[in-house]
Design a protein around this ligand. Structure first.
Ligand SMILES: *[C@@H]1O[C@H](CO)[C@@H](O)[C@H](O)[C@H]1NC(C)=O
Ligand SMILES: *[C@@H]1O[C@H](CO)[C@@H](O)[C@H](O)[C@H]1NC(C)=O
Ligand SMILES: *[C@@H]1O[C@H](CO)[C@@H](O)[C@H](O)[C@H]1NC(C)=O
Length: 281
């Protein structure tokens, strides 16, 4: 036990002394910027420098997946990429400064993001009926990194000056380890009320980076039919179909002359109302 404590003490002492020795030999190089946000496919560069040349031989250089520039005569060296298209390039970027057998390092935090190719909002059903559940569908193509993605839903009400306000947000726990770009289709269930008629919806892909980048869809306007009108619509279509069937089928069968005539009359009567309904829609 006592030996253990003593030996640990010795280790701490040694490491401490050694550490001090290393610090005397090199200092951490200065990277500018120390963190950067790069758009996928865009250029990136970081400067790594030391305040002055040491008296002994040295190397100042970069560790990176794409290129490893270095110098043993200058006090600065640039890491430069014309077009960053590899998501892994963000990992393990660091500048080292080696003097003799000691090495000092400075890491650079690179975040690559990709704006979506498309953000499309659509409605699953063509007709929105008061009280009937329906779905909005937001399709987001090729956005990244996946682990920073969320989807914001907003709506604008013409009765409230038409400004869009967020009412829901979808996050993706499954994507926590997704460092690259993804495509997502997100559904949101809505139950329209009568007063939602004329409301506009929007969805947006959000990349929750240090700054939030928001990519918004085109707005989608909806008209809500009240329940009774929808019912009328349904019975009307049914009646029309029935009438047409009777008109076509009855004469062929040579059956009851009265029925088709009556149905035809019904049909004619119903037409203006149906036309009216369509225009009202
Ligand atoms: C890199 O930074 C050093 C120190 O600030 C500066 O002297 C040098 O000009 C910079 N290099 C480039 C290419 O900007
Ligand atoms: C620098 O990056 C290396 C490799 O990615 C890592 O092991 C180390 O902990 C980082 N150091 C700091 C100070 O962030
Ligand atoms: C969203 O709805 C569409 C059409 O109804 C369906 O194909 C898709 O699987 C749904 N997506 C999710 C994530 O539930």
């Amino acid at each position: 036990m006592a030996v253990c404590v003593f030996s640990s003490l010795l280790t701490v002492l040694c490491v401490g002394l050694y550490g001090k020795y290393t610090y005397a030999a090199c200092t951490d190089p200065v990277v500018t910027p120390a963190s950067l946000l790069v758009e996928y496919g865009g250029p990136a560069e970081v400067n790594c420098s030391i305040p002055s040349k040491p008296e002994t031989g040295y190397v100042l250089g970069w560790e990176s997946k794409t290129s490893q520039p270095l110098t043993d005569t200058e006090t600065s060296v640039m890491w430069k990429v014309d077009s960053l298209t590899n998501w892994e390039d963000a990992d393990g970027l660091l500048c080292y400064f080696t003097v003799g057998s000691t090495q000092c390092e400075s890491n650079v935090t690179v975040t690559i993001y990709k704006r979506p190719d498309r953000v499309t909002l659509s409605s699953v059903s063509d007709v929105w009926v008061e009280g009937d559940q329906t779905e909005l569908r937001c399709e987001i193509e090729n956005v990244g990194p996946g682990h920073k993605l969320s989807v914001r839903w907003s709506r604008a009400d013409p009765k409230h000056n038409n400004a869009f306000t967020q009412f829901s947000e979808t996050s993706f726990p499954d994507l926590v380890n997704e460092m690259k770009s993804v495509s997502m289709t997100v559904n949101l269930t809505v139950t329209p009320r009568r007063e939602d008629d004329g409301v506009q919806y929007q969805c947006a892909a959000v990349l929750n980076l240090d700054q939030h980048l928001v990519f918004t869809s085109q707005p989608l306007s909806i008209s809500v039919h009240c329940e009774s009108l929808a019912l009328l619509h349904r019975t009307h279509v049914t009646r029309l179909a029935l009438a047409l069937t009777t008109l076509v089928v009855a004469p062929l069968n040579g059956l009851g002359r009265l029925a088709p005539t009556a149905t035809l009359q019904n049909l004619v009567e119903s037409l203006p109302r149906r036309v009216q309904f369509i225009t009202a829609k």
